[in-house]
Design a protein around this ligand. Structure first.
Ligand code: 5AD
Ligand code: SF4
Length: 448
């Protein structure tokens, strides 16, 4: 037995940001495991630490640097520890990361994850020049990561993310994503189906297709997200199909028809970020739709899938947003009645078109965020209350984090349900709803 295999190295990955990053971390974990590394119980026990980062807002990006500061003493004590920064901050900041945090060994952008393989091989061969490796190329084969190698942290929850498209061809004036993740590339549908089949064979009940603009998916044979939904719905074993994130401008009638045709497997929930309720602000954001067009999409989906729930993202305090325009966002929330709203104070990002525009004062943005959330919490509390007394099917993720004596999972329309009684993680339970708050439902499992 070689020394390497006698004491397998340990790795620790910290993940920030979107589902895409969660899945990318599972890919990084797979690469590390293919080199014989095993998951460490904590950062202090690791031989390799990767920070998989998010740069969507300034706060998210700054967190990485404070985490790097926290890791500095550990790296000093154990100089042989490999410390890498991956993901969107790596792409955005590149070389500057070494300047701000000289104890970082390597920096890999989200489309350069495959370089980790090479870094590990060189490191094992004793190559000291691994230190300082910088790769932020936009690789077009990053989408072809072999799915057998993915090490899913969520294994056992019955759910799995599947990448279908990476990158973004839009140019929303506030957004760094087109710079950090590059132009859109689509995976071949045949490959996606192979992965979904293998997940189904391993007992996965729910697949969630991922892409920054997931509904722009189109493979080299012209197959679309609608085709993918239809084909996946035909698979035995897969009970739930989701996809995120959809761009409203690309939410076509054909896709809405395909969703309806693939019911009930396609879940009655859609995350459709609107960003603002004001057509003028939407124009300044270069979103490619106005308020009326967005409302027409919601109406088209509700007509085809009665009872469908919606989630959205809102940016509050975009440069130049007037009180009246903000009021239009509030009135849109009242009109649509979303079930989940993620609201963010606008954050100016370097390299975006809106950077340098007159950024409203932070207090104003926070005050608007608070008003928006107060309104939305009331809407959600009322909507969730409507579920009390009904039975819902819950895909059980595991014990509730807050109260481990209870189970936690999601209904088909993506509500969080915490419940007591008997259940198995990764399986679907029938739950009778006995209580509700603005953010979740409570209940008891119904024994069949
Ligand atoms: N400032 C604030 N929020 C932003 N988002 C994207 N860019 C910014 C920014 N510069 C939000 C959008 C997007 C979500 C993922 O993050 O609402 O949908
Ligand atoms: Fe960013 Fe707009 Fe692309 Fe979404 S569609 S990732 S908000 S540029």
């Amino acid at each position: 037995m070689t020394r390497d295999s006698a004491r397998a190295g340990r790795y620790h990955i910290e993940t920030w940001g979107c589902q895409m990053n969660v899945l990318d971390s599972d890919k990084l974990a797979g690469t590390l495991e293919s080199h014989g590394y095993r998951r460490a119980a904590s950062a202090s026990e690791a031989d390799v630490i990767l920070l998989n980062t998010c740069s969507i807002r300034e706060k998210a990006a700054e967190k990485i640097f404070s985490e790097l500061g926290r890791l500095k003493p550990l790296k000093k004590r154990t100089p042989e520890l490999l410390l890498g920064v991956c993901g969107c901050v790596a792409q955005q900041e590149g070389e500057r990361i070494f300047a701000r945090a000289p104890h970082v060994d390597f920096v890999l952008g989200p489309r350069a994850g495959a370089t980790l393989d090479e870094v590990l091989t060189r490191h094992r061969a004793g190559d000291r020049t691994v230190r300082g490796t910088l790769d932020v190329e936009y690789r077009s084969d990053s989408i072809d990561f072999p799915f057998e190698k993915i090490r899913r942290a969520a294994a056992g929850t019955g759910r799995a993310f599947v990448t279908i498209i990476e990158g973004c061809n839009h140019r929303c004036t506030y957004c760094v994503v087109p710079r950090t993740r590059g132009k859109e590339i689509c995976r071949e549908m045949g490959q996606i189906m192979e992965e979904v089949r293998s997940l189904a064979e391993r007992g996965v009940l729910e697949v969630e297709f991922l892409g920054q603009t997931v509904n722009a998916y189109r493979d080299s044979n012209g197959r679309t997200l609608g085709d993918l939904l239809a084909e996946t719905a035909r698979l035995d074993g897969i009970e739930r199909i989701r996809f995120t994130t959809s761009h409203p401008a690309q939410m076509t009638d054909a896709l809405m028809d395909a969703m309806a045709a693939a019911r009930p497997k396609v879940c009655p929930y859609l995350h459709l970020p609107v960003q603002s309720g004001s057509s003028a602000v939407l124009r300044a954001m270069r979103r490619g739709y106005d308020r009326e067009a967005y409302l027409a999409k919601i109406e088209g989906l509700r007509r085809r899938i009665p009872g469908i729930s919606f989630g959205t993202d809102i940016i509050v305090g975009f440069p130049g947003e007037t009180e009246r325009e903000f009021g239009e966002t509030l009135s849109l929330l009242q009109e649509v009645e979303f079930d989940t709203v993620y609201s963010f104070a606008y954050s100016a990002r370097p390299g975006t078109a809106a950077h340098g525009m007159d950024d409203p004062p932070l207090e104003l943005k926070l005050e608007r965020v608070n008003r928006l959330q107060a309104l939305q919490n009331g809407i959600q509390a009322r909507r969730n209350q409507g579920w009390v007394g009904r039975a819902v099917e819950v895909l059980v993720e595991g014990p509730s984090k807050k109260r481990p004596s209870r189970w936690s999972g999601r209904s088909a329309d993506y509500r969080i349900v915490n419940f007591s009684g008997r259940a198995t993680p990764g399986r679907i339970s029938a739950v009778r709803i006995t209580g509700a708050s603005a953010f979740s439902l409570r209940g008891e499992s119904v024994l069949s």
